[in-house]
Design a protein around this ligand. Structure first.
Ligand SMILES: Nc1ncnc2c1ncn2[C@@H]1O[C@H](COP(=O)(O)OP(=O)(O)O)[C@@H](O)[C@H]1O
Ligand SMILES: [Mg+2]
Length: 258
């Protein structure tokens, strides 16, 4: 049974002069994420909900080991991920709808290339490719240069490629951002399938309906801090998710009433 846990992760960034000017302050660092802890289970979709700039992408990038936290630890099956980072990275898929692919290559070539980087065998690569390309309706386009594909198809190819290592942990930053409606539906359905396959799934979004449709548990994050976490059903027992969110949001802004 896979289990992933993060403990007290904090991350700050040095900010540019321009950012400093825009925020009208003279501090030169911003705390993007503060003391974030959570644990993630198999067969569950966990959603990080928060407005722009809340720290969602930062949290997900740290959990995926794309960047390092300033402090705090991440444990996969009770082992610190940095003790065996290559093992961990093989288990993780980081997805974003903003991933750019190289226009001059085909989906088939790109998938194989990425799978080789993961050190997968030819057989595994072939099996994963067939499964994902069929699932996303890419098979008929697998030999077409990415440049010549429709936007929706490009997006689906980029998702399939992000999943080429058949990861146990799927971290998906803003799953349907910028996707066309058909690709969005595909992605949502696919996440629910992955949940049935007992994957650990963590998503971030600023869209209430995505959390409502997909997530078992939700955390609300504001200005780098987790301000609420719970089973979606519990959190939305008395009010709708957007009411829960805005109550917290305006409280954080210092307005008790609105
Ligand atoms: N590489 C970076 N350099 C400087 N500031 C950053 C960097 N990455 C994120 N930030 C800042 O950290 C905060 C959180 O950003 P982010 O995690 O991208 O939020 P979200 O994904 O919730 O919109 C924002 O204020 C953002 O401007
Ligand atoms: Mg983000």
């Amino acid at each position: 049974m896979n289990e992933l846990r993060v403990e007290n992760i904090t991350k700050s960034f040095k900010i540019s002069k321009k950012q400093q000017k825009n925020s009208k302050s003279n501090v030169d660092r911003i705390v993007a994420l503060q003391d974030f802890s959570a644990s993630f289970k198999e067969g569950e979709i966990y959603g990080l909900l928060g407005p722009n700039g809340a720290g969602k992408t930062t949290a997900l990038r740290i959990i995926a080991s794309l960047i390092k936290a300033d402090s705090g630890e991440i444990y996969f099956n009770d082992k610190n991920i940095y003790d065996e980072i290559y093992f961990y990275r093989k288990k993780v898929g980081f997805l974003t709808s903003e991933l750019k692919l190289d226009d001059f290559f085909t989906p088939d070539y790109t998938f194989t290339y990425m799978s080789r980087l993961y050190g997968l065998s030819e057989e595994e690569t072939k099996a994963n490719k067939e499964k994902l390309f069929n699932r996303f309706g890419i098979s008929a386009f697998k030999d077409v240069k990415i440049h010549d594909l429709s936007t929706g198809m490009k997006q689906k190819v980029s998702l399939a490629i992000s999943l080429c290592n058949n990861p146990d942990v799927i971290i998906f930053d803003e799953p349907t951002n910028g996707l066309d409606i058909v690709a969005s539906k595909d992605v949502e359905d696919y996440l629910l399938d992955l949940k049935k396959e007992n994957k650990i799934i963590i998503i971030s979004t600023h869209i209430f309906s995505i959390i409502e449709k997909l997530c078992d548990r939700v955390a609300i994050i504001l200005k780098g801090k987790k301000v609420l976490e719970g089973e979606l059903k519990e959190v939305t027992k008395d009010k709708s998710l957007d009411n829960v969110f805005f109550d917290l949001y305006y409280k954080e802004q210092g307005h008790e009433e609105y």
